[in-house]
Unconditional design. Sequence first.
Length: 206
Amino acid sequence: MLIECHDCKAKVDAEIIGHHTDNDFFAVKTFLLKCPSCNSSLIAESHEDYKENEQTWTKPVRVYPKPQRSLGKDIPPIVKISIEEAEKCMQAAAYLAATAMCGRALEAICRHYKTKDNYLGGGLKELKDNGLIDQRLYQWGEELRDQRNNAAHATDTDISSQDANDVLTFTYAIIDYVFLLAQKFEQYQARKVKRLKSKETATTKT
Ligand SMILES: [Zn+2]
C-alpha cells in the first residue's frame, strides 16, 4: 500500500501486516503497516464512502505516528490550500518550500480580513491593531515573515527540518486563534446571552 513514511519522508509501498474494519455506519478500515525501507510501524485509515450508490473507500491516510492535522470547514479555502501544500512539502522534506507555503497561508489570512496593506509586514500589524491577533502571535507572525522571506527569495539561507516544523506549528496556532477560538468564543457568548434572556423571561412570568 502506498503511504507517506514519517521517517523516510517519502511515499513508500508499505507491507500490510494486518487490518480491521469496524461496524460503524460509515465504516473505518484500519491498517497496520511496515515501511519496507526503514522498518517503521505505521497505522493508516481508510473511510467507507458512497458514490452513486456504489461503495468506495477513501485513499488511506497515515494516522500514526505524526498524523497530519485536519482543518475544519470554517477555514477559508485559500488558507487551507496553502497549509495542505505546506504539509505535503514537509512530508517530502522540502523545508524551504514548506516555509514559503506557511507564509502564503499568513498572506491569505491578511487577504481574508481585507487588510489595506498588501505586504505581509503591514498586514500583520493591521491584524494586531484591529485586535484579531495579540502581541505574542504578532511576534510569531513577524518570525514567520522573516523565515518566509528567506525561503521565498534566492538567498543562501538553509531552513532546518526543526525550523520548518516550528514555522508550521506557529502557522497552525495563528489559524486556530484567528478562526477557531474567536468563533468558539462568539458562540459561547451567544449561548450565554440566550440563557440569561430565557432566565429573565422565566422570572418576569412568575
Ligand atoms: Zn520508512
